[in-house]
Design a protein around this ligand. Structure first.
Ligand code: DAH
Length: 345
C-alpha cells in the first residue's frame, strides 16, 4: 500500500476511536467540524490533496477518500440521532420529576340540582319516620287515574296532558299512583311514605318541561287530621328552605283528596315582602295536598271509617329552581356544565 492509502487507513481508525468517545453534543460538534467542516474539514483537505497524488494511485486514493467520507457522515448522523434521542428523554424525565410545577386539580363532579333537592327531601322525611317508595314510570289507567278517583271522562283527566303509549299504557302524569301501589301492597296502616320520581306531561314552555320530578307523600293512620298535614308541611319547609319560611293553604280541588289545598311558601328571596321572583305576591306555590278521599282508601282495602290520611305532591324541579335561583326549568335538563358546576352540597 502506498503512503497516502496507509494514511487514509490510519485516519479512518482515528475517526472511529474519536467517534466512540463522543458523549455529548459539544464533542460531537467538534468532531463534525474537524471532519466535515466546509473550509477546513479533514475530508475537504484530503480531497484537495488529489493533485499531489501520483496519477496511477489517484483512482484508489479517490475511492478511499470517498469511502471514508461516506463512513464519517453515516457515523456522525447516527451519533447525532442518538444524542437527540437522549436529550429528548432527559427532558421528559425532568418534566415527570419536576415537583415544583403546580399540581393538576382533579375534576370533581357535582350533584345535579334535582339530586341535591331530592336527597334533602328524603333526609327530612326519613327523620320524620317516612320510608321511601318507588313505582313504575309506565303506568296503567287504573293506578294513574281510576284508583285516584278520576272517573272515565272526568275533566280532571284532561288537565293532566297525558302522554299515552300505543299499548294502552301511559307515562305517569304524577307520582300519586305510587300512593295506590303502596296502600295495595301494605297489610294495614299506619303508612308513612314518600315517593320521588319522574313524571311526564305533554307540556313544554319556560316553566314546564315534558319530563319533570315530583315527590308524593302519604300518611295513613287512625285519627290523622288536616292539622297533621299542616304541621308536617310546616316542619318540612322550614327544614328545606329556612326556619323563617311560612306556609299558607289555599282551598283547591283534586279528585283523590277531600278537602284539598294548594300550599304556598313565603318567598325565600324577599321573606314574603314581595319581589320580582314571586311577582310581588310574597308567596310561591310548591305543592298540592289534602285529606285522602275515603273512596280512595276504600278502593285500596283500607277501612275509611277507621283510618284517615293526608297526601301531598310536591314539584321537585320547582323547589330546585327556587333554592338555586334558576329562572328557566329547561336549564335543569340542558346539562350545561357551567350550571352543574355551581351546585355544591
Ligand atoms: N298529583 C297532583 C298533581 O300532580 C299533586 C297532588 C295534589 C298530589 C294533591 C297529592 C295531593 O298527593 O294530595 O298535580
Amino acid at each position: 500500500m502506498t503512503t497516502s492509502l496507509t494514511e487514509l487507513q490510519r485516519l479512518a481508525e482515528k475517526f472511529e476511536t474519536a467517534a466512540s468517545e463522543i458523549r455529548d453534543r459539544a464533542s460531537w460538534e467538534a468532531l463534525r467540524l474537524e471532519w466535515t467542516g466546509r473550509k477546513q474539514g479533514l475530508l475537504k483537505s484530503l480531497m484537495g490533496r488529489m493533485k499531489d497524488i501520483l496519477p496511477e494511485e489517484r483512482r484508489d486514493y479517490g475511492q478511499g477518500v470517498n469511502r471514508l467520507k461516506v463512513r464519517v457522515e453515516e457515523r456522525l448522523g447516527e451519533l447525532g440521532q442518538g444524542l437527540a434521542d437522549a436529550e429528548r428523554k432527559a427532558k421528559q424525565g425532568q418534566r415527570a420529576l419536576d415537583v415544583t410545577l403546580p399540581g393538576r386539580r382533579p375534576e370533581i363532579g357535582s350533584l345535579h340540582p334535582i339530586t341535591v333537592v331530592n336527597r334533602e327531601i328524603e333526609a327530612i322525611f326519613t327523620e320524620l319516620g317516612y320510608s321511601v317508595a318507588d313505582g313504575p314510570e309506565v303506568e296503567d289507567d287504573y293506578h294513574n287515574f281510576e284508583a285516584l278517583n278520576f272517573p272515565p271522562g272526568h275533566p280532571a283527566r284532561e288537565m293532566q296532558d297525558t302522554l299515552f303509549l300505543e299499548n294502552g299504557m301511559l307515562l305517569r302524569t304524577h307520582t300519586s299512583p305510587v300512593q295506590i301501589r303502596t296502600m295495595l301492597a301494605r297489610e294495614n296502616p299506619p303508612i308513612r311514605v314518600i315517593c320521588p320520581g319522574r313524571v311526564y306531561r305533554n307540556d313544554n314552555d319556560l316553566r314546564h318541561s315534558p319530563m319533570f320530578h315530583q315527590v308524593e307523600g302519604l300518611a295513613v293512620a287512625e285519627g290523622i287530621t288536616l292539622g297533621d298535614l299542616k304541621g308536617t308541611l310546616e316542619a318540612f319547609v322550614k327544614r328545606l328552605f329556612s326556619a323563617e319560611t311560612g306556609i299558607r293553604l289555599r282551598p283547591s280541588f283534586f279528585p283523590f283528596t277531600e278537602p284539598s289545598a294548594e300550599v304556598d311558601v313565603t318567598c325565600p328571596f324577599c321573606a314574603g315582602g314581595g319581589c320580582a321572583v314571586c311577582s310581588q305576591t310574597g308567596w310561591m306555590e310548591i305543592l298540592g295536598s289534602g285529606m285522602v278521599d275515603p273512596r280512595v282508601l276504600a278502593g285500596c282495602g283500607i277501612d275509611p271509617d277507621r283510618y284517615s290520611g293526608f297526601a301531598f305532591g310536591l314539584g321537585i324541579d320547582r323547589v330546585a329552581m327556587i333554592k338555586f335561583g334558576i329562572p328557566n326549568i329547561r336549564m335543569l335538563f340542558d346539562n350545561d356544565e357551567r350550571l352543574l358546576r355551581q351546585v355544591r352540597i
